[in-house]
Ligand binder design. Structure first.
Ligand SMILES: [Zn+2]
Length: 252
């Protein structure tokens, strides 16, 4: 790609920071180049025509020029502004969670990850349209983990590889999946996963969003799956902080 002086990119703005006197440094997640930093020159001037297209959450088409250090935005056009994600406090917090998870699980490696880009814009669109936020966020977490190489194993015990039966199980964050009751007894302090929560997560893992939306989990199952998925994400991110480059190695 380096041979092209100018290139187009479809992107979601993750965040921006002040840069120099009047510029903004953008962190983008793009369809074509994965995560990318780019410079928006003059974006803090009141007269800037680009600035409005470059706010967090915005889905944009960009024209970029190869700069010496960073690509430089030469044109920006909004595809979806997702204004409700900026205006409604609760939606803003949901949208910020989506972008933060993406930001922390990806590197600026210029490797396209089309499934991840797709689920990102689908999730922002669902949240902005007022679709069930709980479901939208859990579905996003599951697909994000899939597309960065941490799909949780829910069909076999990650220790002995025996098939998981319809009974209460354990879950190992470190092992990346379910641990059968036999193996689970030998490992201290493992979180448990009920048979109902496991069934729900397995259904979720292989379903489209509309299929997943047809399941009606109880409040107990919702709470259990949420705390398990969030615990797993937190564990992975903390481990990644301790071992720099870990996620990148896994993907390569
Ligand atoms: Zn086992």
């Amino acid at each position: 790609m380096a041979e092209f002086r100018s290139f187009r990119s479809e992107a979601v703005v993750i965040r921006h920071a002040d840069y120099g006197e009047a510029d903004r440094m953008l962190t983008l997640y793009t369809r074509q180049q994965g995560k990318l930093r780019a410079l928006a020159k003059g974006a803090r001037k009141p007269t800037s025509r680009k600035a409005g297209h470059l706010e967090p959450f915005t889905h944009v088409t960009l024209q970029l020029a190869r700069g010496r250090d960073f690509p430089i935005v030469t044109q920006a056009e909004t595809l979806h502004a997702y204004l409700s994600l900026r205006d409604d406090l609760i939606l803003t917090s949901h949208g910020s969670y989506v972008l933060e998870l993406l930001d922390r699980f990806t590197y600026q490696d210029e490797i396209a990850n089309p499934p991840l880009f797709r689920v990102l814009i689908e999730t922002l669109a669902r949240l902005a349209a007022g679709t069930d936020a709980w479901l939208s966020l859990r579905y996003y977490e599951m697909r994000l983990l899939d597309s960065v190489g941490f799909r949780p194993e829910l069909a076999q015990c990650v220790k002995c590889r025996s098939e998981i039966l319809a009974e209460d199980q354990f879950f190992s964050f470190d092992g990346g999946g379910v641990i059968c009751p036999r193996c689970g007894q030998t490992i201290p302090n493992l979180p448990t996963i009920s048979v109902d929560a496991l069934k729900y997560l397995r259904h979720f893992q292989r379903s489209t969003f509309s299929e997943a939306a047809r399941a009606r989990p109880t409040a107990v199952v919702r709470e259990e799956t949420e705390s398990l998925m969030q615990g797993y994400c937190t564990f992975l991110l903390e481990r990644e902080l301790n071992v720099p480059g870990f996620l990148k190695k896994i993907r390569a």
